[in-house]
Design a protein around this ligand. Structure first.
Ligand code: BG6
Length: 483
């Protein structure tokens, strides 16, 4: 299958924090791939901004090294590599002072798309936005891109929204949640709204419950400083998992456009029943497999921060009344695996003797690794011997279905191009962000009041035993964590 690439308009993209980790690992390789695939017009420019004093040529060498490390295939396309490096420029700007801003202004071209990617710590978001406005670099058509952590609680999220809102209109603010850029997450909307098959069943009449798992093998390692103040709830649930929940649970938007989709997601968050601390399980991984435990990397050696969380979430709506959504995410688990599982109810009447022992139909939407969709069905076991039943997966791996060589774009490729196109559908709106924090805050407060320590769990396990019990007591079972 040949992928269709529609080139975007010519742009000037300014990356603040261009020598940082995100830029090196993700943003610059993503932009390179978009140029290689013919989507980024050659006249576009990427202007790296950072504190480090260097010439544009040094920055180009820096980017060449980054590509060598994170996009080794770049060397196989020397002409594109040359054009890409030629599209780069560099500037030292004092983001907390006034130096460099006028030079930046002079560098930008009028009448073309202008975007600012703030790949810097959140404490600088307001500073940079304010200076972009003060120096008249932010024009009405320009866009600003920010990424988590977008606040630490409702108050700080509101303050951030207000600060950005004082300099940019909401339609210019792109709040990245990189999960929304994942191909299968977008596919969730296609599955639901481009097929007649599932949507009639997508409600409490037919769905028993939903499981959303984002399991990671890695630990917090070098990120202990940030993570210890955050924990799994803030790091993964408030944003990524909340977005997955919203896309799974939302009503069909009347149109596939940014505000229609975001309105529907917002309604889901507003309909969430306040989280019951008794239906949450917090965990912290122990040392194992020759690696240190959570506390060996945490800022505070006695930290109470969770590296795992499982919770039962309920939505007060006609569609979902009585249907629990179980969410779990954690580090140092058995495998890296993210999936959404819609578990359907059993048929209302059992005509085959073995039916009671059979599992239910499950629609598994796999985000990673090996993106794809599986529908687990019950069929007759082949051969004579009566009507014995067995379960089989109807499996569709995107890599297989779409053919070898089909490149599944990285989330950042998609999202950066959406910024240039001016399409906010896959970005969080300010009210969504605040509403998500408003749901998270009371849970954090309840945990703090209670002071209980997270349950220890083994590296390579599926989390603390209590997380299994969370479903067992409802007569349900998590799907195995396996890659
Ligand atoms: C980030 C979190 O937002 O997402 C990390 O801060 C986490 O803790 C990461 O590891 C997971 O992203 P992905 O794309 O690897 O699933």
């Amino acid at each position: 299958m040949v992928s269709r690439v529609i080139p975007v308009d010519v742009f000037d993209l300014v990356i603040f924090g261009a020598t940082g980790d995100l830029a090196r690992r993700k943003l610059l390789p993503a932009l390179f791939r978009r140029m290689r695939d013919g989507q980024m017009p050659g006249e576009s420019r990427i202007i790296g901004v950072a504190r480090r004093d260097m010439e544009a040529d040094e920055f180009r060498n820096f980017v060449r090294d980054a590509l060598e490390e994170f996009e080794p295939e770049a060397a196989e396309a020397p002409d594109v590599l040359k054009a890409f490096l030629g599209a780069l420029d560099y500037l030292v700007v004092d983001v907390r002072g006034d130096a460099g801003w006028e030079a930046l202004k002079a560098m930008l071209r009028p009448d073309i798309v202008r975007a600012f990617y703030l790949s810097v710590g959140p404490s600088l978001f307001g500073e940079i936005a304010t200076r972009l406005k003060k120096h008249a670099i932010a024009i009405p058509e320009s866009r600003i891109v920010v990424e988590k952590p977008l606040g630490h609680d409702l108050a700080s999220a509101k303050a951030l929204n207000a600060r950005l809102g004082a300099c940019f209109d909401e339609h210019q603010i792109y709040r990245i949640d990189h999960y929304l850029g994942k191909e299968t997450v977008q596919n969730l909307m296609a599955i639901r709204f481009a097929n007649a098959l599932f949507e009639p069943l997508w409600n409490g009449q037919y769905v028993d419950h939903v499981q959303i798992t984002v399991a990671e093998r890695i630990g917090v390692e070098g990120r202990g400083g940030y993570y210890d103040k955050s924990g799994a709830l803030r790091d993964m649930v408030q944003n990524h998992m909340m977005q997955l929940l919203c896309l799974t649970a939302m009503e069909p938007p009347a149109k596939f456009n940014a505000d229609f989709v975001r309105d529907e997601k917002l309604k889901v968050i507003r309909a969430l029943v306040p989280a019951n601390p008794q239906s949450t399980v917090r965990g912290q991984y122990r040392a194992g497999d020759g690696e240190g435990g959570y506390l060996d990397h945490a800022e505070n050696p006695d930290s109470n921060t969770e590296s795992f969380i499982a919770l039962k979430v309920e939505i007060e709506s006609w569609r979902w009344a009585g249907v629990p959504f179980y969410l779990r995410t954690g580090k140092r688990l058995r495998a890296r695996m993210s999936e959404i599982v819609v578990v359907f109810k059993k048929p209302p009447h059992a005509i085959f003797p073995e039916m009671a022992q059979q599992g239910s139909n499950e629609l598994v939407i796999r985000l990673q690794p090996d993106e794809g969709i599986t529908l687990n069905m019950t069929i007759k076991e082949p051969g004579p011997g009566g009507m014995r039943l067995t379960e089989v997966p109807l499996d569709m791996s995107f890599a297989e279905a779409l053919g070898a060589g089909h490149h599944v774009p990285d989330a950042y490729e998609r999202l950066i191009m959406d910024v240039i196109r001016g399409d906010q559908t896959l970005f969080m709106r300010g009210d969504e962000l605040e509403e998500a924090w408003a749901w998270i805050d009371p849970l954090v407060a309840a945990w703090e009041e209670n002071g209980a320590r997270p349950k220890p769990y083994d590296t390579g396990s599926s989390g603390p035993e209590d997380a299994l019990a969370l479903l067992h007591k409802d007569g349900r079972k998590w799907r195995e964590i396996e890659s």
